[in-house]
Design a protein around this ligand. Sequence first.
Ligand SMILES: NC(=O)c1ccc[n+]([C@@H]2O[C@H](COP(=O)([O-])OP(=O)(O)OC[C@H]3O[C@@H](n4cnc5c(N)ncnc54)[C@H](OP(=O)(O)O)[C@@H]3O)[C@@H](O)[C@H]2O)c1
Length: 340
Amino acid sequence: MSEKAYRVGVVGAGMVGDRLVAGLEERHFPLEELRIMATSARKQEMAGRQRDVIAASPEAFDGLDIALFAGTEGESGASVRFGWQAADKGVFVVDNGGDFRMDARVPLVVPEVNAEAMRRHSGFVANPNCSTVQMVMVLAPLHGAASLRRVVVSTYQAVGGTGRSGVQALAEQRKAAAHGGPMDLGPYPHAIYDNVIPQVGGLNEHFPGYYSEEVKMIRETRKILGRPDLPITATCVRVPVANGHSEAINAEFERQLSAEEAREILSRFPGVVVVDDPAASRYPLAADAGGQDAVFVGRIREDPSSPNALDMWCVSDNLLKGAALNAVQIAEKAVEMGLI
Ligand SMILES: NC(=O)c1ccc[n+]([C@@H]2O[C@H](COP(=O)([O-])OP(=O)(O)OC[C@H]3O[C@@H](n4cnc5c(N)ncnc54)[C@H](OP(=O)(O)O)[C@@H]3O)[C@@H](O)[C@H]2O)c1
């Protein structure tokens, strides 16, 4: 990291915003100033202490070197309203939301995998979707060794991935189930308490029958791996877990890759931890992944239905490598590469 200190904005004071502030401080990002923005000005506890939050506006970005966006998505969301204006002022923008990930001007980056894509940046870099980040961390090193032919993934996604509204919905539904009272569905189409919902996001007109999270996983994985034609399909499922996404991944390669070879490759890859002792019932668990930076992978086994395929189980903290940690790592890497 350079000697220079940076004026950094965090836009959004929700679950990801909180972890961004914590990540910048815990990782000792060289901060000259930390400016936190949300929809309104107030004092708010974030990352363990009271902070001043200011209202986001075009002028609020004046003088910043970097802005890490964690506002909600869509027309009224922070990055649609302020992201490109900030980039035009010379602020290096990293966006956690999905609005611009597939924009040709925007590198979509997991630093361990495709940091070089940032060399073509236009002042705006996107963080992939949380489910995509952890899967790509596992697929990329194996792809490098044996070239992917096809991927089939099923996810088991925590309510924390929806933000504060998802966590609140599960907590309130749990209370309603215990004490009686109306079941508020919160941001979901059905109760998530004591349930499993095979819908994450809304329908996508270009992918009939697929929900948006599934389309994100398909498109973003292709973009990050530079394989626009990669055959890949996804089924994304919301589960009543507070934090930590889990994924069952079936990956087929151009050549045979033994489970042992895959374990070796994955255990050498930065940011990936192999937990794989099925006889001892040791494998990655969402309950263990909370607060951890790593992407955990286990249950690595050769698929008997296809000679070149492996099955794997992958778990990560959706708020950390799936969002805030990856965004801070992008900023760190951009500084290291002399882009900021
Ligand atoms: N949660 C995850 O695991 C996860 C993972 C990957 C990516 N993401 C993405 O990260 C972003 C934030 O997610 P989250 O889970 O932190 O959501 P959240 O808990 O719902 O928080 C959203 C924050 O965004 C702020 N905000 C919304 N519109 C804004 C605007 N126009 N200007 C300024 N601030 C605005 C809100 O401000 P107020 O507090 O004033 O309402 C709130 O603080 C989303 O785009 C989400 O898709 C989330």
